[in-house]
Design a protein around this ligand. Structure first.
Ligand SMILES: *Cc1c(COP(=O)(O)O)cnc(C)c1O
Length: 458
């Protein structure tokens, strides 16, 4: 008999979580203005809001926390992290930052000016925010297959090189400061980018003299998909795949709250010394001195250890296997999801799930509220609220995909929790026609409104 899969870790510390009654949840979510971001964590039973900074650190990471060096300059923990970035990502220069968006802020301060274009695959919301805040434009060149949630494609994060070349051809070189490959592509559903695509995009950028950077938050998960889905890499180690991936780019921004399995942290890495020096100036201005970048020494050390653990094949198999497990359970209940499931999250297709609710009433947000009411499960809307208004016309932007994201924290929940979440959504799906109306906005911020929006039931 073939032995079943089991997690490559055991649990040493637990944190109690509490179930609540539907009546309580109805009051809490009303008080929260129907925004899941406004809930208190005690009001949530299974928290799938994000996989960002919510992972369980290993005992080796906690050991690094205890031995972290808090020296202002020249911290040993900084050099531990530098060693990992130099040798395992083969990036000669880096500055630490307090998280991923801070890395974006430093890199973009050095590169992007008003009127610029930044092409890539479906930019992450903070990335787009930092681009648009500088009055530049993010150009989405993702392959069309990514917008069809039912189409099985192994690398739905890929960039369409024809679309990319069109941007390069139609605009002067000076207006395109960089191209960004987001691995895995969060916005298109945690979907990976193939090595072949990375290679082709890199070659195209080189041809037009445009630097190419990774938004590398989930680079290890992306490497796992390359190993599993790209034939020629089946026998390669994750570590070698990671090295080859980085060999094709000029640098990367990283949110260490993702694949470095740390609670906080980020960095910018690059190959060009002049760029590094420019970024260093912004680092000191915005984050802190170059050997801590807004972090405690202990956090730098936890990130260093987490980067190594995040590239472990058995860990990745269990991590991505759990995401696939939830996707499989949901499929059994007939719940429409983005297929195949991504690396860090299952994305429920709210447009299909609540096709009888108009998009003007925020289908994915409506589903997110229902899921919370059903079982105290917190997911997040990746749809119209997140897409913000058009910066020029101030009209709502209706994205092609209207998704409810269930992001799974690393090493935190068991498959029993996944069964629970799937059953909640199964119940809602069975009774979906009883949901007759969605929401309207009563209060919103001018940019990245989804964090603070307040809504009213229609
Ligand atoms: C999380 C994330 C970011 C931003 O990182 P923070 O640490 O949350 O600031 C940028 N890009 C991608 C793809 C991400 O997933």
């Amino acid at each position: 008999m073939e032995l079943p899969f089991a997690e490559p870790y055991k649990i040493k510390v637990v944190e109690p979580i509490r179930r609540s009654k539907r009546q309580e949840r109805e009051q809490w979510i009303r008080e929260a203005g129907y925004s899941l971001f406004q809930l208190r964590s005690e009001q949530v039973f299974v928290d799938l809001l994000t996989d960002s900074g919510t992972g369980a650190m290993s005992h080796n990471q906690w050991a690094e926390i205890m031995t972290g060096d808090e020296s202002y300059a020249g911290s040993a923990s900084f050099f531990k992290l530098k060693d990992v970035i130099n040798t395992r990502l083969d990036m000669p220069y880096f500055v630490p930052t307090h998280q991923g968006r801070a890395a974006e802020n430093l890199l973009f301060s050095a590169l992007i000016k008003e009127g610029d274009l930044v092409p890539g695959n479906a930019h992450f919301d903070t990335t787009k925010g930092h681009i648009e805040f500088r009055r530049a434009t993010a150009v989405d060149c993702t392959i069309d297959e990514a917008a069809d949630t039912t189409m099985i494609h192994p690398f739905k994060g890929n960039i369409n090189t024809d679309k990319l070349e069109k941007v390069f051809k139609e605009n002067p070189r000076e207006k395109i400061p960089l191209c960004i490959i987001t691995i895995t592509c969060n916005t298109s559903g945690g979907q990976p980018v193939s090595m072949q695509n990375i290679r082709e995009v890199s070659a195209l950028c080189k041809k037009y003299g445009i630097p190419v950077f990774f938004d590398a938050a989930r680079f290890s998960e992306n490497a796992y998909f390359i190993k599993m889905r790209e034939k020629e890499y089946a026998t390669h180690s994750i570590e070698n795949i990671v090295l080859e991936m980085y060999s094709h780019v000029d640098g990367a921004t990283m949110s260490s709250k993702k694949d470095a399995i740390a609670n906080i942290g980020g960095f910018v890495a690059c190959r060009d010394k002049a760029l590094f020096e420019k970024i260093s100036m912004y680092c000191i201005l915005y984050e802190g001195y170059l050997t801590y970048g807004g972090l405690a020494g202990r956090d730098l050390a936890a990130v260093a250890q987490g980067l190594i653990e995040g590239m472990d094949f058995d860990y990745l198999e269990s991590r991505i296997g759990q995401v696939a497990y939830l996707g499989q359970k949901l499929a059994e209940y007939g719940v429409p999801c983005q297929l195949p499931t991504g690396g860090h999250a299952v994305f429920v297709d709210a447009k299909k799930f609540l096709s009888h609710i108009p998009k003007e009433e925020y289908q994915a947000q409506t589903l997110a509220v229902e899921l919370y009411l059903e079982g105290g499960v917190r997911g997040v809307e990746i749809g119209t609220l997140l897409a913000d208004r058009d910066p020029v016309t101030r009209e709502n932007r209706y994205p092609e995909l209207e998704l409810l994201r269930l992001a799974i924290p690393r090493r935190v929940y068991t498959n029993n929790h996944m069964d629970y979440v799937a059953a909640c959504l199964g119940n809602i799906y069975e009774n979906r026609h009883k949901i007759t109306r969605g929401f309207r906005i009563v209060k919103e911020a001018p940019i990245m409104r989804h964090f603070t929006v307040r809504l009213e039931r229609l």
